[in-house]
Write a protein that binds this ligand. Structure first.
Ligand SMILES: [Zn+2]
Length: 188
């Protein structure tokens, strides 16, 4: 059974620094001379190795730039980080009252596979529509929602809808049946 990845992703985000994209779509790293410090122990933490392996964003600058622009328009508070799982957007979504910190991770063969989204804070354990490694089931393999020109911003918006449905269903039902009348929208 695959391990849930939320804690691992959160740890890596805490040990990384946001990166920026320049006007040409290249990655601009921040000042790397200062080591991040563990807030509990005061000890410097080991920085993740740069460029863990070759991934789509190392040469698809045009696409990286359009991803950044789409996120800036719809989710300007999100930040971009490189984790061991891949290029990662992180930020907060709050479809009702509760804030959820999410991580959207691009696959290395992006855009031929969609990004995956984890809720990393608070920890959620949905009775359905959540995969064994913890990522949210946003796209059904049989539907054609994912197109190679769909950006991360669309997937983050879908995650926000997912959270809204999840909260509603938890409030009124909490079952693991698919479909259920208390899960708003369609369930595949
Ligand atoms: Zn239900």
């Amino acid at each position: 059974m695959p391990t849930r990845l939320e804690d691992e992703i959160k740890k890596q985000l805490d040990e990384s620094r946001p990166i920026d994209i320049d006007k040409q779509g290249g990655i601009r790293k921040g000042d790397n001379t200062e080591s991040p410090v563990n807030p509990e122990t005061g000890e410097p933490v080991t920085r993740l190795k740069d460029n863990r392996w070759f991934s789509w964003y190392h040469d698809n600058h045009k696409r990286l730039l359009s991803e950044k622009n789409a996120m800036l328009i719809r989710f300007p508070d999100f930040s971009l980080t490189e984790t061991l799982q891949g290029l990662t957007w992180t930020g907060y979504l709050s479809p009702n009252c509760t804030y959820y910190r999410i991580a959207l991770i691009y696959p290395d063969n992006y855009p031929y596979s969609p990004p995956k989204v984890w809720v990393i804070e608070p920890k959620i354990n949905a009775p359905k529509h959540q995969l064994p490694d913890g990522h949210l089931c946003l796209l059904h393999p049989s539907d054609s929602t994912w197109q190679t020109n769909t950006t991360a911003a669309t997937i983050v918006a879908m995650a926000s809808t997912w959270i809204w449905c999840y909260e509603y269903h938890q409030k009124y039902c909490g079952c693991s049946n698919v479909p259920c009348v208390h899960w708003p929208g369609t369930e595949a």
